[in-house]
Design a protein around this ligand. Sequence first.
Ligand SMILES: NC(=O)c1ccc[n+]([C@@H]2O[C@H](COP(=O)([O-])OP(=O)(O)OC[C@H]3O[C@@H](n4cnc5c(N)ncnc54)[C@H](OP(=O)(O)O)[C@@H]3O)[C@@H](O)[C@H]2O)c1
Length: 333
Amino acid sequence: MGKLRIGIAGATGAVGTTLLELFIAHQDPVEIVCYASAKSAGKTLTCKDQDFVLQPFDVEHAASCDVVFLCVSGDFSLEYGPLLAKNSTVIDNSSAFRYDPEVPLIVPPVNPHSFTGQTLIANPNCSSAIALVVLAPLHRQYGIEHLTLSTYQAASGAGKPAMEELVARTGAFKDYDRTFKSDYFRHDLAYNVVPHIDQFQANRYTKEEMKMVWEIRKVLEAPDMPIEATAVRVPALRSHAESLSIKFTQPVTSLDAVRSLLAADANVEVRDDIENNVYPMPVTSTYKHAVEVGRIRHSLVYGEYGLNLFVSGDQLLRGAALNAYEIYKLVYK
Ligand SMILES: NC(=O)c1ccc[n+]([C@@H]2O[C@H](COP(=O)([O-])OP(=O)(O)OC[C@H]3O[C@@H](n4cnc5c(N)ncnc54)[C@H](OP(=O)(O)O)[C@@H]3O)[C@@H](O)[C@H]2O)c1
């Protein structure tokens, strides 16, 4: 068998570039084809000193790949995902198929068994994936009864140009300019926090918030688990932070036992040393594969049946590219 041919659609974007970096860092013996929009076609993308000539995306050309990563948009995935999945393995980073019962939604450290040979596989929302890595071992040990999440999401969650806009706005900042219309956020993000990501739904929650509800239930195979979320955009560049408030069915008698349980998980890094101001933050979790967890404490509401935790994870890695790469490894193990 020759080299596997890997197509990355959206290779110049925040997720696509991170995925390309992972393939190069792992020195996988594969041939990589980088696709972008027509405006980028023919240009050279340099990643870790390797040059890739960008191809305009063409579905027939992409069908020659064994694996196609879709890192463009939901509409793009809806149009091309099922077509490509006839002959190739498609790993989709958008939300287009995540809630389709026929399509597995996979966080490899949590539910690898959900892959049973399907050729279209969904990668979760970034905030869901980050939370799930920490929630899964806790759920196995203590049983989650219900869950409240609040997120503090970085600009790069809206893509590379959004990150560039925040850098430019922050650099030029003198005072709030309420007339500025952001191209990527509902309001100017510089020195601001915006409690609005994606569209509002009929229940007054945003789609981003409901994605966490639907996806955590699907991956934990707990379709009735009560979950609620508030998703907030903050002017961090990369890495989402989240506050998790959890009520368990079993008592959590020892915080040391929680720390040991989480520390034993290779996908989690415990940073919980409050005497020395050590806790999860985007500044420390950026570029890490593990999700940081800290501020571990009993709930003041549920006593020993509840925990409050703070997590921070690189959403371009665990929340997107690394998760997608691990799905590829699961398929071709
Ligand atoms: N950012 C995150 O943290 C994150 C996390 C999880 C999932 N996702 C999802 O991953 C996907 C990509 O997000 P992103 O943040 O990486 O976006 P991005 O930085 O804006 O990148 C978008 C990519 O799509 C390409 N593209 C646009 N239109 C195209 C077309 N018609 N044909 C081919 N390529 C086209 C762009 O190429 P050009 O450079 O040529 O314009 C660029 O490479 C989205 O579905 C997003 O929801 C993102």
